[in-house]
Ligand binder design. Structure first.
Ligand code: PEP
Length: 258
């Protein structure tokens, strides 16, 4: 099955709206309306509007890094799915390990956001991944399975294809340590098997991104693996030339996968 590669930038809490425009502009101009792969930029909430306005006819998509599980109302400081859709957002990163560890997000809470996303025709990018301690204790599959079962509970079959999974080993995020392509493929294949078990054959169509110190120097090897369908990129997404190089790697990998 051929899945369309997705190269996604997670800017985290970086870039003011003014700086976001400086970063996004050359990327959007260079990508234009190429359609070989999907390209996504996820700026902070405060820069989404400015980046969306730059998109024009480009095929680049804008995403958010979090979202409320509630539709509207007295939830001070929260941002709803409808608010994001109104700013041309099409994907939302959910359950990133930084949100799980610093803000106590649980699988049940993340699941409510995944369902709210799908109800509003937004594509959730559900992040899963083990800590170094869990890997060393031989618990990788147990941890990932729990995160998938919890995060994807009650996902309707007709919306499942919109789901994107990002496998992000916590020990590889922002550390410069990357999972080897073999280590990553092994977990991606496990995730694929679990997705098929949970959701049926649509699991073959769901994209599984790798995240964790992906950069131009290691992207080709990672993206060549059969179950690695793209990347969720932190640090390297903040440098236009690096992000463009990763997009080029994605286009090359896509051509080889067809
Ligand atoms: C991330 O946080 O999603 C990430 C993968 O970060 P980095 O690329 O910097 O490791």
């Amino acid at each position: 099955m051929s899945r369309k590669i997705l190269i996604a930038g997670n800017w985290k809490m970086n870039k003011t709206a003014t700086e976001a425009v400086e970063l996004a502009k050359p990327i959007i101009e260079a990508i234009g309306n190429q359609n070989d792969i999907d390209v996504l930029m996820c700026p902070p909430f405060t820069s989404i509007s400015a980046v969306s306005e730059l998109i024009g006819n480009s095929t680049v998509r804008v995403g958010a890094q979090n979202m409320s599980d509630k539709a509207s109302g007295a939830y001070t400081g929260e941002i709803s799915a409808a608010m994001l859709r109104d700013l041309q957002v099409s994907y939302v990163i959910l359950g990133h390990s930084e949100r799980r560890s610093y803000y106590g997000e649980t699988d049940a809470f993340i699941n409510r956001k995944v369902l709210a996303c799908l109800e509003n025709n937004l594509k959730p990018v559900l992040c899963v991944g083990e800590t170094l301690e869990e890997r060393e204790a031989g618990k990788v599959e147990e941890v990932i399975k729990t995160q998938l079962v919890g995060g994807l509970a009650n996902v309707p079959a007709d919306k499942a294809e919109s789901v994107v999974i990002a496998y992000e080993p916590v020990w590889a995020i922002g550390t410069g340590k990357t999972a080897t392509p073999e280590q990553a493929q092994e977990v991606h294949a496990f995730i694929r098997k679990e997705l098929i078990g949970l959701l049926g054959q649509v699991g073959n169509a769901i994209r599984i991104l790798y995240g964790g110190s992906m950069k131009p120097a290691n992207a080709d090897e990672l993206l060549a693996k059969p179950d690695i369908d793209g990347g969720l990129i932190g640090g390297a997404a903040l440098v236009a030339k690096d992000f463009l190089a990763l997009i080029e790697s994605g286009v090359k990998a896509q051509a080889n996968k067809i």
